[in-house]
Design a protein around this ligand. Structure first.
Ligand code: NIG
Ligand code: FE
Length: 419
């Protein structure tokens, strides 16, 4: 080893939400390199060892860095016009059937260069980071050709290389039927299975494969073909399912050992049981529920009773959830879905990580999304007095420090705010 070894970093007198629960007393947290070395009660803190550490902060609430496990951050264009149409009474489904919706974003995304997509996505990602995100999943799904889907995935990968944030990519080729395949939905699924998935896998551009299982998108049988192709290429699967109707997409995904089923407002008891048996995560997206003014609530009580882990994500996208504010989703999860603040916070930390398979990857075997010894040092220090306050108040600017892989990457201190 050459050079001076870096001092350990110390946060003291912090109230910790550890990814599952709030710890009962003020704690000290010591970080060494990119890992959490010690988490101990202040009552056990030996003042003599403080001299060996660089003190980063005192007080505040510490949580794991937020994990936004479902986003569509890379896209071209805007759909503000559809927002106005919906205010005048058109439904999301009607707009999609008339060739708008996802397909309007497909046109704009195809027309954009990789550099343009990167420049458009970067401020969206930075907005998530300013609100505490240290891990984000980004889906393709607005290209719908092999070249355009790979283009989107490359942009997502580049974002993760350019910014201090973990980016997990998901191929969502089966998001909508592109106009070229208007009367040949099965032909498009052939393209997804035989060309898109193999290409994304061989270039290591996708960490998982997702589908949209819905009447306006793809049938259960078609989604099952996509799942089988993903599995054949060693990729885990996820599904947008039971968002607008109950087709059984979640249960189908569960049969393929899905990491998660997402949206799931229309999920029934059998679907809940299938998720439980498969160990899949239920990803709740209250931003889309809010934006589309849905009235069908996801089966929270049944999921809770079955012990299915519930994750919360922004679903950041130009149509159903133009929302780039993860802590607002904590509030929505409580006010709209009646989660407890503890459940909502677990949903954006440890359960979000689980929905991405990061709780068991070799690199993160000690558990991303947790504040515990041995875990990656992705942390947020918040200017609030209790973890529940993050869900209770709708307020920006509460993130005092964001720690990514052991380094403070953004520090917000009153006048010295630099964002
Ligand atoms: O997660 N449900 C389908 N896909 C996205 C919406 C994408 C869009 O409207 O552009 C979702 O809600
Ligand atoms: Fe989505």
């Amino acid at each position: 080893m050459t050079g001076t070894p870096q001092k350990q970093k110390l946060w003291r007198d912090v109230i910790i939400f550890d990814g599952l629960d709030t710890l009962p007393e003020p704690m000290a947290v010591v970080v060494e390199g990119d890992r959490i070395d010690r988490v101990l009660p202040m009552s056990e803190w030996d003042e003599a060892t403080a001299a060996d550490c660089e003190e980063m902060a005192r007080g505040g609430v510490m949580t794991p860095g937020l994990v936004d496990c479902h986003t569509h951050l890379v896209f071209g264009g805007s759909r503000a016009d559809e927002f106005e149409q919906r205010l005048e009474g058109a439904s999301y489904e009607e707009i999609a059937r008339a060739g708008g919706g996802i397909l309007s974003t497909v046109n704009a995304t195809r027309a954009a260069s990789e550099a343009e997509l990167f420049d458009a996505a970067r401020p969206r990602l930075e907005a998530l980071m300013r609100d505490g995100v240290t891990t984000v999943e980004i889906k393709s799904g607005y290209g719908l050709t092999v070249a355009d889907e790979l283009k989107m995935l490359r942009v997502a990968r580049r974002l993760g290389e350019a910014l201090p944030v973990r980016v997990v990519t998901t191929l969502l080729g089966a998001h909508a039927l592109p106009p070229e395949f208007k009367d040949d939905s099965d032909g498009y699924i052939d393209l997804v299975c035989e060309e898109m998935i193999p290409a994304a896998a061989s270039e290591a551009l996708a960490d998982a494969v997702d589908v949209f299982c819905e009447k306006i998108a793809f049938s259960v049988a078609q989604c099952e073909r996509v799942f089988a192709a993903a599995k054949a290429h060693g990729l885990p699967i996820k599904a947008h399912a039971e968002q607008l109707s109950n087709l059984g997409g979640s249960a189908a995904a569960a049969r393929f050992g899905a990491l998660s089923a997402d949206h799931i407002e229309f999920l029934d008891e059998a679907g809940v049981a299938a998720l439980r048996e498969a160990g899949s995560v239920a990803v709740l997206l209250p931003g889309a529920f809010h934006t589309l003014r849905e009235t069908q609530l996801p089966p929270i009580e049944a999921l809770r009773a079955a012990g299915v882990p519930m994750a919360i994500a922004t679903d950041a996208n130009p149509g159903s959830s133009p929302i780039f504010n993860p802590t607002l989703m904590l509030n929505f999860a409580c006010t709209l879905f009646r989660l407890t603040p503890r459940e909502a916070l677990a949903g954006m930390t440890s359960h979000g990580a689980r929905a991405l398979g990061l709780h068991e990857q070799v690199l993160h075997e000690q558990g991303l999304g947790r504040v515990k010894e041995g875990a990656p040092a992705d942390l947020c220090l918040w200017d609030v007095d209790t973890p529940a306050a993050l869900a209770y108040a709708i307020q920006s600017g509460r993130l005092r420090q964001r720690v990514f892989a052991g380094s403070v990457t953004q520090a917000f201190q009153g006048e010295q705010r630099h964002d």
